[in-house]
Design a protein around this ligand. Structure first.
Ligand code: ATP
Length: 213
């Protein structure tokens, strides 16, 4: 079965942490494509000051030279909170049952998974592929509930992911990059340069549209 990677995020803005993670997993798991899915109205974060349209535009710029990477704006066309569960249901309708969907996420996102809408049912529609993110000092520990969820669905063997279309959690080691959108926004606000943490064409777009000032 073909494997399609899915990377949802606020992308406020997109940076090399996202892009390297997607590339590392594409290579390691032999993904046939990676879809970048900007959240229009992220349910777990304060409303981004930069519009979903701008955030999607910079994702498109960042991935424009990679034929494996695609922008998916499905969450921009829905109203209300951007629930991953709804996104997965619509992706399943679009792509059918004969493709394995791999929802990729950093460890910081996984520790909060049990706050997501219908979180246990996500695995009916996709696998979850985790990467370790450099640990923030204040990062919460994995709850008992999530530890059990992880143990119940965990596979060490990446070949399992192509055996069925959904249902596993897999962890993949990748070289960690300590880059976050929060730090980039702070640098831009303080008139310091985040150059080399994100693509130049993204920085140019940010400057042209006077974002994050
Ligand atoms: P913010 O700092 O605004 O919270 P962020 O940099 O964490 O943003 P998101 O758009 O929220 O970026 O992240 C989307 C997904 O990408 C999440 O699953 C997150 O864990 C993952 N991710 C973000 N940055 C990295 C990184 N440097 N390495 C690995 N995964 C990352």
């Amino acid at each position: 079965m073909q494997l399609v990677g899915l990377l949802g995020g606020t992308f406020n803005p997109i940076h090399y942490g996202h892009l390297r993670m997607a590339q590392e997993l594409a290579d390691a798991l032999n993904l046939s494509a990676v879809r970048f899915i900007p959240a229009a109205n992220p349910p777990h974060k304060p409303a981004p000051e930069v519009s979903a349209g701008h955030r999607a535009a910079i994702v498109e710029l960042a991935i424009c030279n990679n034929p494996l990477f695609k922008l998916d704006t499905c969450e921009l066309t829905r109203t209300g909170a951007s629930y991953t569960f709804d996104t997965l249901v619509s992706l399943r309708k679009e792509l059918g049952e004969n493709v394995a969907l791999c929802w990729m996420m950093g460890s910081d996102a996984f520790v909060k998974l049990n706050t997501w809408h219908r979180w246990r049912e996500l695995l009916n529609h996709c696998h979850i592929v985790l990467v370790q993110r450099p640990v923030a000092e204040n990062q919460p520990k994995l709850s008992d509930e999530l530890t059990t969820f992880l143990q119940d669905h965990y596979t060490e063997n990446m070949d399992d992911l192509s055996e069925k279309s959904a249902g596993y959690i897999h962890m993949q080691a990748i070289p960690p990059l300590d880059i976050s959108a929060t730090k980039i926004r702070e640098q831009l606000k303080a008139s310091r340069s985040p150059r080399y943490l994100l693509p130049d064409n993204v920085l140019e777009y940010i400057a042209t549209h006077k974002l994050y000032t």
